[in-house]
Design a binder for this molecule. Structure first.
Ligand code: DOR
Length: 304
């Protein structure tokens, strides 16, 4: 019995990892549990230059999830390279760097830089942040821009490229296929849905940036459907994300077609959830007499 999965050329000891942005750089979590228990470590989006992010308030808790308008706040590549990477490289053997840019050139710059570091094992391209107009969601909703970014990064980056797509499009399978054709090795589905909360007392939007990205259990059924649809449309692995807060929720994604899963909002609610999910998956695979967890990937397409 094994939880081992492959994402492109990467072999992960299990299919469980944090979703970018909900786990910082892993440093705050390392005191809660041994991060090496996870399949990989995915860090908060890094951009070429530091970003302060959007005006507060930036996060609000919903009845079944979160809404955020962080706006890709991060210390920038240089600080990451000098101060953070040396601290986190020992935390996990599979470090996935999530990057975003305001232009194709910025994505290429970051990919070139990342390639110089042996400890960075793969890139996750964030073309789907809903909170930054320029260099955020725009790329992920613009098919031509998406193709340009993925193929430009593919030309120069030799390790696995994972493309994180936005659900804020009419048909996500078109974007999934375009990413695959442009050279992506895997897809992360999905980033957050755009949404809004009104502060009734003050008669104005609650978030400083007016709108934000909705995450958590609220978006899970939509995320599952997108994974299900994309599994049929592409032949590269899918990493499922969107409201995983239990073993069954993770299994739903895997059965719909995910090879691996990411946990986002739940990390903020329950910092010990990720390692418990690994343990629960281990028991599940053992009890179901499966040889490997990947036997379950897309099983609903095969009639159960
Ligand atoms: O909902 C999101 N918020 N998705 C992202 O990709 C980035 C994040 C932010 O920084 O705004």
């Amino acid at each position: 019995m094994s939880l081992m999965v492959n994402i492109g050329e990467l072999t992960l000891k299990n299919p469980v990892m944090p979703a970018s942005g909900t786990f910082g750089f892993g440093l705050e979590f390392k005191d809660f549990f041994d991060l090496k228990k996870l399949g990989a470590l995915v860090v908060k989006t890094i951009t070429k230059n530091p970003r302060l992010g959007n005006v507060p308030p930036r996060v609000f808790e919903l009845s079944s999830g979160l809404i955020n308008s962080i706006g890709l706040a991060n210390p920038g590549w240089e600080y990451f390279r000098e101060k953070i990477l040396p601290q986190i490289k020992a935390l996990h053997e599979v470090l996935i760097l999530n990057i975003a840019g305001e232009s194709v050139e910025e994505f290429v710059f970051l990919a070139n830089e990342a390639q110089k570091f042996e400890e960075i094992k793969a890139l996750e391209l964030n073309v789907s942040c809903p909170n930054v107009k320029k260099g955020g969601m725009a790329f992920g909703t613009d098919l031509e821009a998406l193709k340009q970014i993925v193929s430009a990064v593919r030309k120069i980056y030799r390790k696995p490229i994972i493309v994180k797509l936005t659900p804020n499009v009419t048909d996500i399978t078109i974007f999934a296929k375009a990413s695959e054709n442009a050279g992506a090795d895997a897809l992360t589905l999905i980033n957050t849905f755009t949404g809004m909360v009104i502060d009734v007392k003050n008669k104005k939007p609650l978030l400083g940036n007016f709108y934000g990205g909705v995450s958590g259990p609220a978006i899970r059924p939509m995320a599952i459907k997108m994974v299900y649809d994309c599994f049929k449309a592409v032949s590269i692995p899918i990493i499922g994300v969107g409201g995983i807060d239990s073993l069954d929720a993770a299994l739903e994604f895997i059965m719909a077609g995910a090879t691996a899963v990411q946990v986002g909002s739940q990390n903020l609610v329950d910092p010990g959830f990720l390692p418990r999910l690994v343990e629960q998956l281990e028991l599940y695979v053992k009890d179901s007499a499966l040889g490997n967890i990947s036997e379950l990937t897309g099983i609903v397409h095969r009639g159960g």
